[in-house]
Design a protein around this ligand. Structure first.
Ligand SMILES: NC(=O)c1ccc[n+]([C@@H]2O[C@H](COP(=O)([O-])OP(=O)(O)OC[C@H]3O[C@@H](n4cnc5c(N)ncnc54)[C@H](OP(=O)(O)O)[C@@H]3O)[C@@H](O)[C@H]2O)c1
Length: 251
């Protein structure tokens, strides 16, 4: 039977690459994001069994609505890819209560409640899998990313805890932790985009930025039937970012 996957943040970057790959693997894909026109462009490009749901995953009502629209269209949910996230770098003494709550609403509460909203459907699936998209910054500390990094560390904890609790239901839960991927996310916070990308690439032992499809291939691997014995893992897809600064970067 065709599996049905919900992919959040599917209008651009890693989410769009994941939606494309899952579609080529034969899954029906539900594309979630805030900008309808971007979702529609990806949906048209992919074709096949796709649905676009415009939603802010940080909204309290979004998980139930995303699940309801998916079930109305396809009648089942087998895969959830929690990929949408917000990053607003800031020194700790400039972090506002609003920014704190927004990061946790989108990066932690959104993924958690999307899984719980989809639980009944996931339990009914005979091949259910969740993939959470974390970050190398869930492991290593970098200046001005305390808030974002803490949400990704929380997401990795949730990945392990949900994997443990849901194993008995046949639902496996894993994460990928990208780093230094060339996507529009860097435009959302960088004051000088070229300098930011150059600084990022300098920190990567592999010496170049990664591509969204290089992350999508691991998302697919973690939901593929061949990896059904794997749950609770975090796969780093970051050019070696978490290993530390390469010697050539000095410091
Ligand atoms: N690129 C990297 O170097 C890197 C490194 C580590 C981790 N990551 C992680 O990879 C994931 C994907 O990021 P990306 O690099 O592919 O960046 P991206 O291209 O900017 O993708 C993020 C997507 O999430 C959507 N989104 C953001 N806030 C949302 C919200 N509140 N509700 C629904 N959708 C929302 C955005 O679309 P709308 O604005 O239209 O909603 C966008 O399509 C994120 O979890 C990010 O933390 C990326």
């Amino acid at each position: 039977m065709t599996r049905v996957a919900i992919v959040t943040g599917a209008g651009t970057g890693i989410g769009a690459a994941t939606a494309r790959l899952l579609s080529t693997k034969g899954l029906a894909v539900v594309l979630v994001g805030r900008r309808a026109e971007l979702l529609e462009a990806v949906r048209e490009e992919i074709g096949g069994r796709t649905l676009a749901v415009t939603a802010d995953v940080g909204d309290r009502t979004a998980p139930e609505r995303i699940v309801a629209e998916t079930l109305a269209a396809f009648g089942q949910i087998d895969v959830v890819v929690n990929n949408a996230a917000v990053i607003e770098p800031s020194p700790i003494d400039a972090v506002t209560r609003e920014a704190f709550e927004r990061h946790y609403a989108v990066n932690v509460a959104g993924p958690f409640f999307l899984v719980t909203a989809a639980l009944a459907a996931l339990r009914a699936s005979d091949d259910a899998a969740v993939v959470n998209v974390s970050s190398s910054l869930g492991t290593i500390v970098m200046p001005d990313t305390t808030l974002y990094g803490s949400t990704k560390a929380a997401l990795e904890y949730l990945t392990r805890a949900l994997a443990y609790e849901l194993a008995k239901d046949g639902i496996r839960v894993n994460a990928v932790a990208p780093g230094g991927i060339d996507t529009p996310i860097h435009e959302t916070y960088a004051e000088d985009l070229q300098a930011t990308l150059a600084d990022l690439a300098r920190r990567l032992p592999i010496g170049r930025m990664g591509r969204p499809d290089e992350v999508a291939t691991w998302v697919w691997s973690l939901i593929a039937p061949e990896t059904r014995y794997t749950t609770g893992t975090v796969i780093h897809v970051d050019g070696g970012h978490v290993l530390g600064l390469p010697e050539s970067a000095g410091g």
